[in-house]
Design a protein around this ligand. Structure first.
Ligand code: PHE
Length: 466
């Protein structure tokens, strides 16, 4: 089998930056706040954190182990590790998930470019929250601009991936991720100190909403949303980190890398929450504003800040780069698989991936305009009916369906087929490091993760098993 992996990332910081670059993205800043807003706030956060520690971290580590051990794409890796058995299905599901996610992800990536453009034109000035609400709704319900930005975003993605992964990603991620964190901290401070718009609207209520768990809000739907968001945010369950694992050097400490990546990802998500929710409450807005939440609220913060013009530009540049470093990991899953399994050149594989995701993405970009009538109504886990457009349907299929199934199969494979000895051998860098946490990790991989995913998943889909 062709193994086209050249050399690894240049430094330990390289793989951490690249994997964190994949993990940190629109999932943290766009999706996390809006899902948290729709799922009751603090209670969601608590369950989300549990999902990261008990399920997300072990699955992330598993993906690194498989990737570095085999140096193969997700499909090839399972074929090699377990010949003649159907585990390679994980790879097929992963490649499929990568393309589906990429097609809606690049649409939101396009939104960041539109907002960068608006920021440069100084179009946030002297507007209030209602204006921004309208601005966003007008934007996504117009057919042309979302489409144009989506294609531009995909093209940028394509040009980075075609050049090969080592050169592109590291450089971007290393500088921009820390800058993003700093800007978010500044924004969180501004958000918290915003004056109330009305007597009853207080920024501090945003903190309470974010951190105080209201246990009555917890139901299976909330748990399901927290689990799938954890997968999405950590980039796990579809082989993106198996793919990046291929590029990790043999003497890197996988355990500490996975720990740092999952912690930085969580840190950025919480920072995004800290920037958004105090402002939502100070302005008397609603946390349940759906997928437009961040794009409606952030401009209000900029517009009320000294130096807001510069900061808004910087912020959207960072957000765009965070989105690009994630989306290249999605395209790379597809590209590496075709390169290794079919002997395609990087160029040919990149062109095919680019074309498929761009075309499917067109349907997503038009979900609020030309194709807004194309809808499917399905029951949610709480029995209510929910209307999905093309965009939210693809988000549902990939994030709530494919990622948890992928995570379940990966943990089952690691715990019961690959097994403790090989995991320990790989994590200890061929017995040179001490893996003090191996017993605890094995309990998570063999029992906790698969049982939790299975129960949450089945119940979340309305199949009651407890
Ligand atoms: N984790 C990325 C984000 O938070 C999205 C992503 C999911 C990237 C799955 C790769 C694989 O934006």
């Amino acid at each position: 089998m062709a193994n086209n992996i050249k050399d690894g990332f240049t430094s330990k910081f390289g793989i951490i930056a690249a994997a964190a670059g994949s993990a940190i993205g629109l999932g943290n800043i766009w999706r996390f706040p809006y899902i948290l807003g729709e799922n009751g706030g603090g209670a969601f956060l608590l369950i989300y954190l549990l999902c990261i520690i008990l399920v997300g971290f072990p699955v992330m580590l598993s993906e690194f182990v498989i990737g570095r051990d085999t140096r193969l794409n997700p499909y090839g890796a399972f074929k090699e590790l377990s010949p003649g058995k159907p585990w390679f299905i994980i790879g097929i599901l992963g490649v499929f998930a990568a393309i589906v996610i990429l097609s809606f992800y690049s649409v939101v990536g396009g939104w960041t470019l539109e907002y960068l453009y608006q920021a440069v034109l100084n179009n946030f000035e002297n507007k209030n929250i209602n204006d921004f609400d309208k601005m966003f709704n007008n934007f996504i319900s117009s057919p042309f601009r979302p489409l144009l930005w989506h294609i531009i975003f995909m093209l940028i993605n394509f040009f980075i991936v075609i050049r090969g992964i080592e050169e592109g990603i590291e450089k971007f991620a290393k500088i921009m991720m820390p800058v993003l964190a700093i800007i978010l901290i500044i924004m969180a401070i501004r958000s918290l100190t915003l004056p109330p718009m009305t007597e009853n609207s207080k920024a501090v209520d945003g903190l309470i909403f974010l951190f105080k768990p209201d246990f009555s809000k917890i139901n299976i739907g909330v748990i399901f949303n927290a689990l799938s968001q954890a997968f999405f945010s950590l980039s796990i369950g579809m082989g993106a980190l198996i793919t990046y694992g291929c590029y990790i050097k043999k003497d890197d400490n996988l355990g500490s890398s996975a720990f740092i990546v999952s912690m930085s990802d969580t840190f950025i998500a919480i920072l995004a929450g800290l920037a958004i929710f105090p402002a939502v409450f100070a302005f008397g807005f609603t946390p349940q504003a759906g997928e437009g939440l961040v794009f409606k609220v952030l401009p209000v913060i900029f517009q009320s800040m000294k130096g807001g013009y510069i900061i808004s530009i910087l912020f959207f540049i960072c957000l765009f780069i965070a989105a690009i470093t994630s989306s290249i990991s999605l395209l790379e899953v597809f590209v590496l698989t075709l390169m290794q399994q079919r002997n395609y050149s990087r160029k040919k594989a990149s062109i095919i991936g680019f074309l498929i995701a761009s075309i499917v993405g067109i349907a997503c970009a038009l979900s609020w305009s030309v194709l807004s009538e194309v809808k499917i109504t399905l029951p949610t886990s709480s029995g209510e009916m929910y209307e999905y457009n093309i965009f939210s349907m693809l988000e549902f299929i990939s994030v709530k369906f494919l990622l948890p199934i992928g995570g379940l199969l990966i943990s089952l494979f690691m715990g019961w087929v690959y097994g403790k000895e090989r995991i320990e051998y790989e994590l200890s860098n061929e017995n040179t490091l001490k893996v003090w946490y191996i017993h605890f990790l094995m309990i998570l991989i063999k029992y906790v993760a698969p049982i939790a995913i299975l129960m949450v998943f089945l119940n979340g889909l309305g199949i009651s098993i407890f």
